[in-house]
Design a protein around this ligand. Sequence first.
Ligand SMILES: Nc1ncnc2c1ncn2[C@@H]1O[C@H](COP(=O)(O)OP(=O)(O)O)[C@@H](O)[C@H]1O
Ligand SMILES: [Mg+2]
Length: 264
Amino acid sequence: MAIISTFCKKGGVGKTTFIAYLGHYLAKQGKKVLILSVDDQNSVFKVFGVQDKIFDANDNYLEFLIAGHVDLGDILIEARENLYLIKTLNTDKLSLKLTLERSQEKKLQHILHEYASYFDYILVDFPPSSSRITEVLLDISDHILIVVGLDALGLGGFINTIQYFIDNEIDLRGIKYIVPNGYSKNRRAPRISLEQLTTQAQEFTPHAVVLEALAERSIIKNLQAEGISPFDDEIKSELSSYDISNKELLREDLSHMFATLEID
Ligand SMILES: Nc1ncnc2c1ncn2[C@@H]1O[C@H](COP(=O)(O)OP(=O)(O)O)[C@@H](O)[C@H]1O
Ligand SMILES: [Mg+2]
């Protein structure tokens, strides 16, 4: 079992999208996958079109498991075959508890340890803000992937992320991959940003591999509006044939990239 996290101190760069699609790819390979959403927005639910499950019951959040009110299986929400999601209600409050009571931190680690016997992968989706729970989960991640948006703000997010690791004494060598997102060969800004990111990564995270940049693809927003993943086979939706062929291209690109990742 491996714990894999996508992180960046900047919102809207594609963290949730990347971890959701990676999770679905692994699930399609027959792996048992858990995606832990420690983002109060729980936006990973929307990627799979199960956002109605965020508010359908109010006792199945991670917090209720940590408090000992429910069992491990009670908070799992099945998004696809082999793919389960866990939602959080209030990460700030949870973080405060983790800070105040050391035993809570142990409990969280114990819970993850128990899930590890059921799942091949636990993927963690973080918000851009950071609190104690972020530090704890980054610390116990086997592999951290930093998703970076290819524009000036995105690069700023990369530097802030490095600073955050240093300030909180999180080992920078935990960063296995850097994922540049939003590349477009027809625009100058993403090209230059990618060059700058590569240079900065060599300086600050020399042990991390900078992956081939993910292209900016409008199909991603269309799919997410419909709650369809590129790894869904049957689709009963409003997608045009143009969108369907773009979905297949996206799926091929992602499969190619995911197959190269060493995340076991
Ligand atoms: N490669 C991409 N091309 C186009 N849109 C993308 C791409 N990656 C992500 N998006 C879109 O950008 C927005 C932010 O992505 P999200 O994964 O939610 O980012 P984060 O989790 O970092 O906040 C979403 O609307 C998503 O559909
Ligand atoms: Mg997100």
